[in-house]
Write a new protein. Structure first.
Lengths: 418, 452
């Protein structure tokens, strides 16, 4: 297998901000990625959706960059930006001409230092409406979207950080106040809770100096406390049945699984590849090739507080979700008994290596990877060890992991046409 | 306590960027090969692009090109569907097809360690597809399933209906690329074979190869596999224009209980290749192609009734449209229509220089980002061939983007006419009918989803 690396330097400012510099002058472009260690897992009771709503508010300006001028300044020089929020992270990134790198860094330092001082009820109300529209578009009116709104409470005990959806409820979004915004900012948007990655065509000495002049002025905050609940082994319910405005039924299985990077996590990635990746995979052959299903997939969603392994399938017109469920159970049991073949292991290893290689292609992807390892492992230079983790996976390890996917430990989630 | 920061830095001088021009070779049969060497990673992306696509679906057989193309990678040469997939997946070779209204593409993305095996599969797929009956039935059912899923998605429905209404029933671009449930279910192996024989000919093709490839070697590998494919030249069919309209066609599609309404507008644009394309693209980018564009600024950031509003120029071979779209809160549907058409009318008065600079910067950044991956490099250049453009069209197009002046851009925007197109609203008709009619007086019709 090939060696994989993203050459970079790291340093930490006195205020605790972790910085990663990855220089690649191949194209006249630069990416700035600022990763905050905060997500929907950190939301207070009655404030579901707040971390994501806050992400929207980060674009609403400061005293030095008022109104919509954050985007205006950026786009005036050919840059663009976006952000995403998950259960465990909020990540802001900008892509633009290399000549703009100092401006991009200044804009991020500006909002890290001064967003709360300029927060208003009007800004909150506007972005609350935008987020509620996002909820309607991506969950309520999206086919099968309702499932993702109820999955957390079906899988996790009440109060668990993953028990509510990242998008939140309309009721909780309505309840958010300006005081909540200020408090959340002061607690989580501090330099010692973030990692800044700069990738692309820049002079490392100049960029380091620029970072020290801007981010270096922001005082360290209290180190935020993140809940660390014990691992969950079984879902709260064995079955969720929903109806939706769809024509084709869908059935999904979900199991709790080892947390990201923990023993068993890479093995379950292999289980997903053997079961559901591509037309030569076991579930495709058993369900789709035989005419039972129009599509099927399997995936390991790796998360810091405990992962989730899932399968999803849709029956053809003459078959039922119950038939699919029985067939998936049989295929998992077969893998748990016989383990994967040598060819299946080779296929999974090659697929993983290919995914790693393709992840190195774009600057944006490299900057994200470097920050993701910082957030997960406390080090940016973990890619070679991560690949090694997959290289060490054995057929027996895959078999053992498949053996944990038993019917008594899973949630069945069915969506049927109204 | 306010934290002081130094003055905001001014942007430095931008470095010039000149897109690469592919090395152009040809196979002995005449099939052009465009090569973009990029050795930084041991990866390669290859696209075999053939003009044609779903616009050549015969009447009553919508979806034939898409079904035929998909079947190419479901068994070819000595390998049945399972053996073909197993061979590719064992080596993480990603081989797949895509069908557009004006072209079809077979794509290959791989580690160059496995280049020869990948090229064997590519040649088998294009030259020796099996079209096994069992696979035909299976893929046909999958496509029908996908069409049914699309019928449940308001945004997909809006796109289908907008194309049908804009081009007019019976026009080659009016039907969805995947076809309709009823017509796809009747497609036979015989019609698939006929579609393949007609469309998958070297005389229509170009091969684009990007990545860690030596130009001489890749041409040699391709020549060994594609033999004399391409001796017979073919003439490309002209795309008829849309019907001439004297007013905007207003169409409603019912999606009961939807919490949002999808608004989709399609207007006549500029086809590729055309020198007006870049100036108009800049103008449309200012209208709705970036976050601070007029539409998004007004409808999302000022009014807050949508998650996003956008506009874009879709310029294909012989056909071009200016399109705008937003999913809006149900109770704001009327207001959104007023705002959207207000901006479409206002843009005809021209944009400011600051808007032009933003649009130009956005286009430049987008091109550079697109070229950052091998698949991006290959796909961008495959699109140039699809649109009937030359291998150096990206470089020339960038030069036109950089030099287009405000007067030129505004002259093209004056030709955008919101009163000569189609507006489709997919939503809860019972709840929105009255406000929609009040917002945009006209002969609103309620229509069904294509094929439903």
């Amino acid at each position: 297998m090939r060696a994989i690396a993203i050459p970079h330097d790291t340093f930490t400012l006195d205020n605790g901000l972790h910085v990663v510099l990855h220089r690649d002058p191949a194209l006249p472009q630069v990416v700035v990625n600022l990763w905050y260690d905060v997500g929907s897992r950190d939301e207070a009771p009655g404030r579901s959706g707040f971390a994501h709503l806050f992400e929207h508010l980060m674009f609403m300006g400061t005293a030095r960059t008022p109104g919509g001028s954050f985007d205006e300044l950026m786009e005036s020089s050919g840059a663009w930006n976006n952000a995403w929020t998950s259960s465990d992270a909020t990540d802001y990134f900008e892509v633009g001409p290399s000549a703009l790198v100092d401006t991009l860094l200044w804009l991020e330092a500006d909002r890290m230092s001064g967003l709360a001082d300029a927060m208003t009820q009007e800004k909150l109300d506007l972005q609350r409406d935008v987020v509620r529209n996002e909820r309607r578009q991506t969950h309520e009116d999206a086919p099968y979207g309702e499932l993702w709104l109820v999955l957390g409470e079906a899988m996790y005990p009440p109060g668990h950080p993953y028990a509510h959806p990242v998008i939140g409820s309309h009721e909780d979004l309505e309840a958010a106040t300006v005081a909540d915004v200020v408090s959340f900012f002061r607690e989580f948007y501090v330099p010692n809770n973030a990692s800044l990655a700069v990738a692309g065509d820049f002079d490392p000495r100049e960029v380091r100096s620029s970072i020290e002049r801007t981010f270096g002025r922001i005082p360290r905050g209290q180190r935020p406390m993140h809940a660390r609940p014990p691992a969950v082994d079984r879902p709260q319910k064995p079955l969720v049945e929903l109806t939706d405005k769809v024509q084709i039924p869908q059935t999904s299985f979900f199991w709790h699984a080892p947390a990201a990077y923990e023993p068993g996590d890479a093995e379950l990635d292999f289980v997903a590849l053997v079961l559901g990746d591509g037309r030569a995979s076991r579930l495709y052959q058993r369900l789709v090739q035989s005419g039972l299903a129009i599509e099927v997939d399997a995936s390991q969603q790796s998360l810091p507080l405990g992962s989730m392994f899932g399968t999803t399938a849709m029956p053809t017109e003459d078959h039922t979700v119950e038939e699919l469920e029985a067939a998936i159970d049989e295929e998992i049991a077969r893998l748990a008994t016989d383990g994967p073949s040598a060819e299946e292991m080779e296929r999974a290893r090659n697929q993983v290596q290919s995914d790693f290689l393709h992840g190195l292609e774009s600057l944006r992807s490299r900057a994200t990877i470097l920050n993701r390892y910082w957030a997960s492992k406390g080090r940016s230079d973990w890619i070679a060890e991560d690949l090694e983790r997959y290289r060490a996976v054995t057929a027996e390890g895959v078999r053992e992991s498949a053996a944990r996917l038993t019917p008594d430990r899973r949630l069945v989630a069915r969506v049927r046409p109204e | 306590m306010t934290i002081s920061l130094p003055e905001r830095p001014s942007p430095g001088a931008q470095k010039a960027f000149v897109p690469p021009v592919p090395i152009v070779r040809a196979l002995p049969s005449g099939v052009p090969v465009w090569i973009l060497p990029e050795p930084a990673l041991p990866l390669a992306s290859i696209r075999v692009v053939l003009w044609g696509g779903s616009m050549e679906d015969p009447a009553g057989r919508a979806g034939l090109a898409a079904l035929t193309d998909e079947l190419l990678v479901h068994g070819a040469g000595d390998r049945d569907a399972h053996a073909f997939a197993a061979c590719a997946e064992r080596l993480a070779i990603d081989i797949g097809t895509s069908t557009h209204s004006t072209a079809s593409t077979v794509g290959l993305d791989l580690d160059v360690l496995h280049l020869e095996t990948g090229l064997d599969l590519l040649a088998d797929a294009i030259l020796r597809p099996r079209f096994d009956k069992s696979e035909l039935a299976l893929v046909r059912d999958q496509i029908i399933g996908s069409i049914q899923q699309g019928q449940d998605e308001p945004e997909t429905v809006a796109a289908w209906v907008a194309m049908r209404e804009f081009w007019g029933e019976g026009h080659p671009l009016a039907h969805p690329v995947d076809g309709t449930e009823g017509e796809v279910s009747k497609l036979t192996r015989r019609s698939v074979m006929a579609s393949w024989r007609k469309r998958h000919r070297g005389g229509r093709a170009c091969i684009v190869a990007a990545g860690a490839l030596d130009p001489d070697e890749i041409v040699s590998h391709l020549a060994a596999r594609f033999g004399d494919w391409g001796r017979r030249k073919a003439r490309r069919r002209k795309v008829p224009g849309p019907p001439v309209r004297t007013r905007t066609d207003c169409v409603l599609v019912d999606h009961p209980d939807a919490t949002q309404s999808v608004i989709s507008v399609v207007l006549p644009g500029v086809a590729a290749p055309d020198l007006r394309l870049q100036p108009l693209m800049l103008g449309v980018t200012a209208l709705g192609g970036i976050f601070t564009s007029r539409l998004n600024r007004l409808m999302r950031e000022e009014k807050g009734y949508t998650y996003g509003a956008k506009a874009w120029l879709d310029a294909g071979y012989g056909c071009g449209t200016v399109e705008a779209k937003a999913s809006v809160k149900r109770e704001s549907t009327g207001e959104a229509l007023v705002d959207l058409f207000g901006e479409l009318r206002r843009i005809r008065d021209g944009i400011e220089i600051a808007e032009l600079d933003k649009a130009r910067g956005a286009r430049r950044t987008s091109v550079i980002e697109g070229l950052a991956t091998r698949s991006g490099m290959a796909s961008i250049h495959a699109s140039l061939f699809e649109d009937g453009r030359a291998p150096d069209a990206l470089r020339k197009g960038m030069a036109r983007l950089e030099s287009a002046g405000l007067d030129t851009v505004n002259a093209e925007l004056r030709a955008v006419d919101p009163d000569r197109g189609v507006v489709v609203v997919v939503g809860d008709v019972k709840a929105i009918r009255a406000e929609v009619k009040a917002a945009l007086p006209g002969g609103w019709r309620t229509v069904s989803v294509p094929g439903a």
